[in-house]
Design a protein. Structure first.
Ligand SMILES: *Cc1c(COP(=O)(O)O)cnc(C)c1O
Length: 429
């Protein structure tokens, strides 16, 4: 039970606690939360908010799903954690088997880790260690596209958008990779070969030094909330094959149904050589991520000079997180998500449509259970964040983007309430 008043929580928070991309001199203090349930966040002062963010793509079943809670309770009674070096257990092996079954074809080997950024670090290391094992010592670069986002650690930051990311500030410490133009052919548009000309030209020039192409399939998330053509992704796969370069698909945001397919790669009918998953893996209960690779990549790494893959987090394969992930995937496999996501897509299209008429709005776009209002100007967070809370919703814009990714279980009325609040707040900006 809570021991502190909302004011005491806020005071302590402002004295000692960093938040994501936060400042200790900012006028915008975080809102203390008391509890979460279903699609609702209850603030410590008693106000209830309808959640549009699913805690950053993760709480797909809503908060406190009974099957996930039960899995956590059961597992904690048996074994919360044990080291994964030299030991194994049922929660981890069943999770890996499920991931292999659900993932695009050929991704047979699974490396479990603690967070999305680490899963991408692992993917990058796999690509480089594979290249080294093949005797390709000169392959020390990645090719990626602008507007991407792959995490906040140093290897991943070096693949994020060079303008929206932190390249300028960390210029002297980041690895230098090769950036092609962001995919210009948007989702639903007719793909033409010139849309991929920049990637082709960069591959032609630099292929000997490139170990892998890394990108987010179909939906570029935190780097701009852009949706692009599946045909573009198909051509990327073909070009990787042509130049014998690995393809890393970062599905940390898009995985587990969010775009209307289990994995966004399915829109293009392709399989990557390496796949990263995270965010919704435990249904938003706790931090867990995984990197899947093909037998070819795994064999290549293991036959190389080191003989083993050189990575091993302390909390690798945490049984508690694996048990909850198993329960979350079981709930997905009950098969309700495609209809839920389709209904959310319809509700978002209808609910956000009035924003198109507003002069401050540049674009409104929806794909699966993702709804985006792009503005002409960046929002002023200290003003906008409290406006959403006043309207009874939790929406956290960034830059020019006011977007939602609600839990799949949201009902029609709550979704309409959410989109109405978005349109209302945007109309006042
Ligand atoms: C969130 C995200 C990451 C990083 O995951 P963390 O768990 O925040 O480290 C990487 N790639 C993509 C596409 C993401 O959306």
């Amino acid at each position: 039970m809570a021991q502190l008043t909302p004011e005491q929580i806020s005071n302590l928070d402002q004295q000692h606690v960093w938040h994501p991309y936060s400042s200790f001199t900012s006028p915008l203090a975080p809102f203390p939360v008391a509890s979460t349930s279903g699609v609702r966040i209850t603030l410590a002062d008693g106000r209830e908010l309808i959640d549009g963010m699913a805690s950053w793509w993760s709480a797909v079943h809503g908060y406190g799903h009974p099957k996930l809670k039960q899995a956590a309770h059961d597992q904690i009674e048996t074994m919360s954690h044990v080291m994964f070096g030299g030991l194994t257990h049922e929660p981890a092996v069943t999770l890996c088997e499920k991931l292999v079954k659900l993932a695009p074809q050929g991704l047979n080997k699974v490396f479990i880790s603690d967070s999305g950024s680490v899963a991408v670090e692992v993917a990058i290391k796999m690509a480089f260690q594979y290249s080294l094992s093949q005797g390709n010592k000169q392959k020390n670069k990645l090719l990626t596209v602008k507007n991407g986002y792959h995490g906040d650690t140093f290897a991943t930051m070096a693949t994020c958008d060079p303008v929206n990311g932190m390249h300028h500030m960390f210029e002297n410490v980041l690895s230098k990779h090769i950036f092609a133009q962001a995919p210009q052919c948007l989702f639903g548009e007719q793909f033409e070969e010139h849309h991929i000309a920049d990637v082709k030209q960069k591959l032609e020039t630099h292929h000997a030094s490139i170990a892998a192409i890394i990108l987010e399939p179909i939906v570029q998330g935190a780097g701009g909330m852009r949706f692009y053509s599946p045909d573009y992704l198909k051509r990327i796969r073909e070009l990787c094959d042509e130049y014998k370069i690995l393809l890393i698909a970062d599905e940390i945001a898009t995985g587990f149904g969010r775009t209307g397919k289990m994995f966004a790669c399915e829109h293009a009918g392709i399989s990557p050589d390496i796949l990263c998953v995270g965010k919704a893996l435990t249904g938003g209960f706790m931090s867990l991520a995984a990197t899947l690779c093909t037998d070819k990549v795994a064999k290549g790494i293991c036959e190389g000079e080191a003989g083993v893959f050189m990575h091993g987090p302390t909390f690798m394969g945490n049984p508690l997180a694996c048990a909850v992930a198993n329960a979350s995937l079981d709930v997905l496999m009950e098969g309700h998500w495609p209809a839920q996501v389709a209904k959310i897509q319809t509700g978002l299209e209808k609910g956000l449509a009035p924003a198109r008429a507003l002069s401050q709005v540049k674009d409104v776009r929806v794909l699966g259970a993702i709804g985006v209002i792009e503005l002409h100007e960046p929002v002023h967070m200290p003003t906008v964040q409290p406006m959403f809370v006043e309207e009874g919703v939790w929406v956290r814009p960034f830059g020019k983007l006011v977007y939602v990714l609600p839990p799949f279980i949201i009902n029609e009325d709550d979704l309409a309430f959410l989109t109405n609040a978005m349109v209302k707040v945007v109309s006042k900006l």
